[in-house]
Design a protein around this ligand. Structure first.
Ligand SMILES: C[S@@+](CC[C@H](N)C(=O)[O-])C[C@H]1O[C@@H](n2cnc3c(N)ncnc32)[C@H](O)[C@@H]1O
Length: 249
């Protein structure tokens, strides 16, 4: 694992016990509404197998199952304490089939074309290589299956962006310190947006990775965005591991 990966994993391990409460306070409960919107955009097929990448304490997984208990949802995350939180919530919150797997989304431990849809919430900013993760997601999706990504973004209106940045870069660390127990972690999280592509650029990265109909929906004046795209049927995509080995496909 890279230095960034190890740093991110250790940071989430620190904030895991109070992660859910801090989220609700930081977003005034709106994060739940955004997740529901993302799930509506996924339009998962009945009874489908869905992968939630960087599942953390399971918020998106449980929302998926509340929306449609016929789904089979697998959450993957590389931070064991976050997964512990998800597993502890599951008996109360999962109305159906939820499985949690420890692993790195840079090299997904799943066979090609094994999922009918994929989701990711508030995490793409944290991965080491966005393009590698998008390629991995395509690899494990069945032809035509959709991927939906919910995350903080860069609002296009300069005045609104300044207001949001003030909140995100100044208030979030304070709330993170008071409620989440780690001001340092919640200082890193906003900074992960600084070098993240803006919404148009990210849509173009989806398209470049081979997602058909790549697009996005803006929420909160563009401070939040939901990107989506469908897995094109061809060509065969090499996994991150195959690419790093330079394997032929
Ligand atoms: C901000 S939390 C989001 C959790 C959840 N998706 C949600 O919506 O609340 C980010 C999560 O991404 C995980 N994560 C970051 N990089 C990862 C990677 N390369 N592989 C697996 N999990 C990763 C972290 O451990 C953390 O649980």
């Amino acid at each position: 694992m890279t230095d960034k990966g190890a740093y991110v994993r250790e940071m989430f391990a620190r904030i895991a016990p109070r992660y859910d409460a801090t989220n609700r306070v930081m977003t005034a409960g709106m994060d739940e509404r955004w997740r529901r919107r993302a799930i509506a955009l996924l339009a998962a097929p009945k009874g489908g197998a869905i992968l939630d990448l960087c599942c953390g304490t399971g918020d998106v997984v449980f929302h998926l199952l509340r929306t449609d208990p016929s789904l089979h949802v697998t959450g993957i995350d590389f931070c064991a304490p976050m997964l512990d939180g998800a597993r502890a919530r599951a008996p109360k919150e999962a109305r159906g089939d939820a499985t949690f797997v420890e692993g790195d989304v840079m090299t997904l431990p799943f066979p090609d074309a094994s999922f009918d849809g994929a989701t990711m919430g508030f995490s793409l900013r944290n991965v080491v290589d966005i393009d590698a993760v998008l390629a991995e997601i395509r690899r494990v999706l069945k032809p035509g299956a959709r991927f939906v990504n919910l995350d903080v973004s860069k609002a296009p209106n300069a005045i609104w962006k300044r207001c949001f940045d003030l909140y995100f870069y100044k208030m979030v660390p304070l709330i993170g310190g008071l409620v989440g127990g780690s001001k340092q972690a919640y200082t890193y999280l906003p900074q992960s947006l600084t070098h993240h592509p803006n919404a148009d650029e990210l849509r173009d990265r989806f398209a470049k990775a081979g997602f058909a109909d790549a697009g996005y929906v803006r929420l909160m004046g563009g401070a939040i965005a939901i990107h989506y795209g469908s897995n094109q049927t061809s060509p065969v995509i090499p996994s991150a591991a195959q690419r790093s080995r330079g394997a032929d496909v």
